[in-house]
Design a protein around this ligand. Sequence first.
Ligand SMILES: [Zn+2]
Length: 255
Amino acid sequence: MQTKETKGLVLYNRNYREDDKLVKIFTETDGKRMFFVRHAGRSKLNSVIQPLTVADFIIKINNNGLSYIEDYKEVRLYKAIHDDLFILSYASYLSALADAAIADNTADPQLFAFLKKTLELMDNGLDYEILTHIFEVQILDRFGVGLNFHECAVCHRVGLPFDFSYKFSGLLCPEHYHEDIHRKHLDPNVPYLLDRFQNVSFEELQSISVKPEMKQKIRLFLDDIYDNYVGIHLKSKKFIDDLDKWGGLMKDSFQ
Ligand SMILES: [Zn+2]
């Protein structure tokens, strides 16, 4: 087994036998790995194996089984995320989505950096719903789903009030709406924003502002896309959906 140092993000931990834990960490250099922590309750590692903790881990990688954490430094805990149940539930969903999107034991430093940066921006108070939409759109290709929200699938023109078509797995311009009688009839701002989200840089994010009603339309369409092309059902996503319903009820009853 080789010892090395890598940045890592804790995805989750679970109990194992009496007092031991299995910890899944998304490492920058070695992808997602399962680590064994003996006597976790009494271990100095206990504080750094909590979900959504980022640290520099000194690890022993075992390619044929469980790996081990020897030590750690430079811990970062996302305080603002942990202080707010809504933000925490969205952040947990993104880490579960990253976990589902790639195979274990395979390095994906780009996805690691993207997830870490997205969580940092959430922690810094940027709109967590928009950050989630951007993450969901950009991670689609890790699920093998390549959707073009930029041009008409038939004539390739750009910058028009587009609609989405499952028949074409892409956009249709007004001239080609008739090619699919089952087109989605989206608000054209939805594909427009998804096109921006697909290509947005983190520097631009500060300037993106979307009204709640539009966020709701994007949410519904992304759910539809995930149902049709990705087909995963994460508990953390269901939790968000329930939380939103419950949050809506709370707001209604206070009005
Ligand atoms: Zn067209």
